[in-house]
Design a protein around this ligand. Structure first.
Ligand code: IDP
Ligand code: MG
Length: 141
């Protein structure tokens, strides 16, 4: 079993799409291990996306990610990282495959509804960014 970090971004929350997107995640057989609703400050959003600090879209991205509530989730499944990236589709919804979450719900390359970790290593780092050890206990073993 593998874990990945998902974030339902502020555009998802504002458009009342939390339920629909979570339905898609559960229909794809991911198990939700942890979930919360929070509002990132520009500082925390900036730290989460620090890897993109030098990119031209960085400050807009930080603005967007701190513009409202978001919903981070820890998801578990076999090959969760790659499977979840497949489920959400390409960064730009215009390029995302048919049937993916971003293709169906996202507005543009920045407001693309959902985050998914891009590697097992980054998933572990990102999960610990949002969740403490005691929030990650799974009882259904
Ligand atoms: P990913 O979310 O598909 O992994 P990344 O390249 O890691 O894509 O970029 C992180 C986030 O930054 C994207 O999900 C999107 O919200 C935003 N972003 C990436 N590229 C662009 C861009 O060219 N213009 C505007 N926003 C972008
Ligand atoms: Mg990424």
């Amino acid at each position: 079993m593998e874990r990945t970090l998902a974030i339902l971004k502020p555009d998802c929350v504002k458009a009342n799409l939390i339920g629909k997107v979570i339905d898609r995640i559960l229909d794809a057989n991911f198990k939700i291990i942890a979930m919360k609703m929070i509002t990132l400050t520009p500082q925390t959003a900036g730290a989460f996306y620090a890897v993109h600090q030098q990119r031209p879209f960085y400050y807009d991205l930080v603005d967007f990610m701190s513009s409202g509530s978001c919903v981070p989730l820890v998801l578990e499944k076999e090959h969760a990282v790659a499977n979840f990236r497949n489920l959400i589709g390409a960064t730009d919804p215009a390029e995302a495959a048919k049937g993916t979450i971003r293709k169906e719900f996202a507005s543009n390359k920045q407001r693309n509804i959902v985050h998914g970790s891009d590697s097992v290593e980054n998933a572990a780092i990102e999960i610990s960014f949002f969740f403490s050890a005691q929030e990650l206990v799974s009882l259904s073993r």
